[in-house]
Design a protein around this ligand. Structure first.
Ligand code: SAM
Length: 360
């Protein structure tokens, strides 16, 4: 029988590794800096009693948060410096008070555990469950936090998730940018600007011609030009102490914004229908496979190891295996782990006969 540490070290083991036990105790035995990515949805406060017990039914939300933070502190230790943690957490009411639990947890992680919060993704569930409340709104979103351990140099494959770029094309016989910019309006704005010096005006025309040529040659697909005194919305503020762009505007009289030719970055609002409305009913609260595909390709290198300390029916492990990543799934309930194994086995993702459920 192998151990979690054997699994971490053995590159030939590609099937998910399931461990039955309390995540705090299981992770405590794992080596420092040993996993590439952690993706998890812990039990929400006071929502349901899971078969194996565990976190979630504490008498106060403060105790719940303490217990959760203890696991997250251990996660920090086992996560590589290049790693990411994705934490999906829903909120709860007590005595009509919305407790703000996800944000309390996130703020304490930032303030007390050295985590760096890079994004709060809003998981828009598109259609929420029918709200019975007559004095508050129905809830249709959950936060999904992306944390890292260091400011830069963490694994981040932005190109893996970009929106498909649109291409420059011909309209009425003229080459225009992906969003239809031909340059005619910018030329007019340069002409009409009351704030450009003659030197700046001449340079602006030349620079615009140069950019239009780059569009024609296919070197770039799209751009915007901001011109001093042309009544445009300036995205980064227009006082020079606010941004480098404002300074450029002041000194040169114009600047360009170039679209990334590989496509623009996806936003922090993700519309994904929850698992239970997709007809899969394995567990009380599995998260949708689509919710974790982006975190995996974005922040876990191919063949890297993903950890889910509250893995339930193994959605994280299943998607990880489909995307060629190793994974460790911990849960207190053996019943859920058997479902998780069946789920992975069903699709031929459990190839290593020796990968029995481990018990801690
Ligand atoms: C919200 S569910 C996770 C669902 C999972 N994302 C899925 O797709 O099936 C939370 C899980 O945490 C487990 N759990 C609760 N406390 C635990 C603990 N201290 N250690 C390990 N697992 C725990 C529960 O048994 C439950 O399966």
């Amino acid at each position: 029988m192998i151990t979690v540490n054997d699994y971490i070290q053995d590159c030939s083991l590609i099937s998910p590794c399931f461990v039955c036990g309390d995540s705090l105790q299981v992770i405590a035995k794992m080596p420092d800096n040993s996993v590439d990515c952690v993706i998890t949805s812990p039990p929400y406060y006071m929502k349901r009693q899971y078969i194996g017990g565990g976190i979630g039914m504490e008498s106060t939300y403060q105790k719940y948060i303490e217990n959760l933070l203890a696991v997250i502190q251990e996660v920090y230790r086992v996560l590589k410096p290049t790693g990411s943690l994705w934490l999906n957490l829903g909120d709860s009411y007590k005595n009509k008070q919305l407790l703000n639990i996800p944000y309390r947890v996130a703020i304490r992680m930032q303030d007390e555990q050295k985590w760096i919060l890079r994004n709060t993704v809003i998981w828009d569930k598109v259609k929420g469950s029918m709200s019975q409340s007559k004095d508050s709104l129905g809830n249709e979103y959950e936060p999904f936090f992306h944390f890292v351990k260091r400011k830069s140099g963490y694994y981040y494959d932005a190109d893996a998730v970009r929106k498909k770029p649109r291409k420059a094309h011909v309209e009425n016989g003229a080459v225009v940018s992906a969003t239809g910019v031909s340059g005619v309006r910018y030329k007019r704005k340069i002409e009409l600007s009351t704030e450009l010096t003659e030197e700046q005006r001449k340079n602006a025309f030349m620079a615009l011609d140069d950019v239009l040529n780059r569009i024609k040659s296919g070197e770039i697909t799209d751009f915007r030009m901001v011109i001093k005194g042309a009544n445009q919305r300036v995205t980064n503020g227009n006082t020079s102490n606010l941004s480098g762009r404002a300074k450029e505007l002041e000194e040169k009289g114009f600047y360009f914004l170039f679209y990334n030719p590989k496509g623009s970055m996806i936003s922090d609002v993700w519309q994904i229908i929850p698992e239970d409305t997709q007809g899969r009913k394995l567990h009380f609260a599995p998260y949708p496979e689509d919710l974790i595909k982006t975190p995996i390709v974005l922040t876990c290198p191919p063949n890297g190891i993903i950890l889910d300390p509250f893995t339930g029916t193994g959605t994280t492990n299943y998607v990880a295996a489909m995307l060629q990543r190793k994974s460790i799934g911990i849960d207190m309930a053996e019943e859920y782990l058997i479902l998780a194994q069946e789920r992975c086995g069903l699709f031929g993702l459990l190839n290593n006969k020796e990968m029995e459920i481990l018990y801690e």
